[in-house]
Design a protein around this ligand. Structure first.
Ligand SMILES: [Zn+2]
Length: 325
């Protein structure tokens, strides 16, 4: 995590734009509707707060929810304090919670408090005050998306090289036969930075052979081959195993359709960068298709980052907006 001022990238936090080229794509519809998390709480005597804080520090490593925007302790109506110990995502049952408390070196009561807290802080100070009243006291640290933008790491040189190659491949595809869907994708393995390019294969194979589906298949095929027979290239022999497309960066010429966007969720990629949005069939931007924003939908248990390249350096052929990519 770098401080905003020390970030080597130019970030427009208001427009969510990086290096004046990469537009963050996310579903803002629900950004200011809290995603609530159930928490386990206890009531304690104020004199025990020091001991309680040490107890929380000791279990913090197992906590999947970040409570950085939450005040862990609040005053309660009977002159004591109520403290959040952990989330229900860390301990699912009250039995587990009570077992954890057996190690506590402080007196406590009322372990069945039913509190919910927002998983992320809101984007404005006014909403932060409102949610503090409604749910649980929050700490205002600025718009959480600013920190998210600030924490992203980009290799702009690599990104440009890959998008340039994608642009060239789409042009070649289009030139070969204008009836072929000129969509191209690139999959970058985070472990060795090797890039796999795939072109749409519907004209010669299955109607499901979108460039992203073929990319996912090709990653799996190469990994299987590597495990089955080793590799003849000694520089590659020490590669660690790849699990699906875990933490891959995926680049694609046209905004993915719902099938491909969902397949990328299942493949556990880290990031998708695309060039051209697809007004009718796209499944990532709020303005495309039915605005589902597959990559950061709260109903799914996984997500990935998405950016659209907004410069006009990398031209790709037009595809009918009703065609899935
Ligand atoms: Zn597709």
């Amino acid at each position: 995590m770098v401080k905003k001022k020390q970030n080597p990238l130019t970030i427009d936090y208001r427009k969510c734009l990086i290096e004046n080229r990469l537009q963050q794509v996310r579903n803002t519809t629900f950004a200011d509707h809290p995603d609530l998390v159930n928490v386990w709480t206890v009531d304690i005597d104020p004199r025990d707060s020091h001991s309680l804080i040490n107890f929380i520090k000791d279990i913090q490593a197992d906590e999947p929810v970040s409570f950085q925007h939450i005040k862990r302790i609040r005053k309660n109506s009977h002159s004591g304090l109520t403290a959040i110990i952990c989330s229900h995502e860390m301990l699912q049952t009250e039995e587990d919670f009570l077992r954890l408390l057996k190690d506590a070196e402080f007196e406590y009561e009322n372990t069945s408090g039913r509190f919910q807290v927002p998983r992320l802080g809101p984007s404005t100070k006014e909403l932060s005050s409102e949610w503090s009243e409604k749910y649980w006291p929050l700490v205002w640290r600025g718009n959480p998306n600013d920190q998210i933008l600030n924490d992203y790491v980009f290799d702009m040189g690599l990104i440009k090289r890959i998008l340039q190659r994608i642009s060239e491949l789409t042009a070649a595809q289009h030139e070969k036969d204008p009836l072929i869907t000129p969509a191209v994708s690139a999959f970058v393995n985070p472990l060795n930075k090797r890039v796999i390019y795939t072109v749409d294969g519907r004209h010669q194979g299955s109607p499901l052979d979108h460039s992203i589906m073929l990319g996912i298949k090709e990653v799996a095929r190469q990994e299987q081959q590597r495990r089955d027979c080793g590799t003849e290239d000694p520089t590659q022999s020490d590669d660690p195993d790849t699990y699906l497309c875990l933490d891959f960066d995926v680049y694609t010429s046209h905004e993915p359709c719902s099938m491909c966007a969902m397949a990328l969720i299942h493949s556990r990629i880290k990031r998708c960068i695309f060039l051209k949005s697809m007004a009718c069939t796209g499944c990532l931007t709020p303005a495309s298709g039915d605005g589902y924003c597959m990559h950061n939908n709260r109903n799914l248990n996984s997500s990935y980052e998405v950016f659209q390249w907004t410069g006009n350096e990398f031209i790709v052929p037009h595809i009918d907006p009703h065609t899935c990519c």
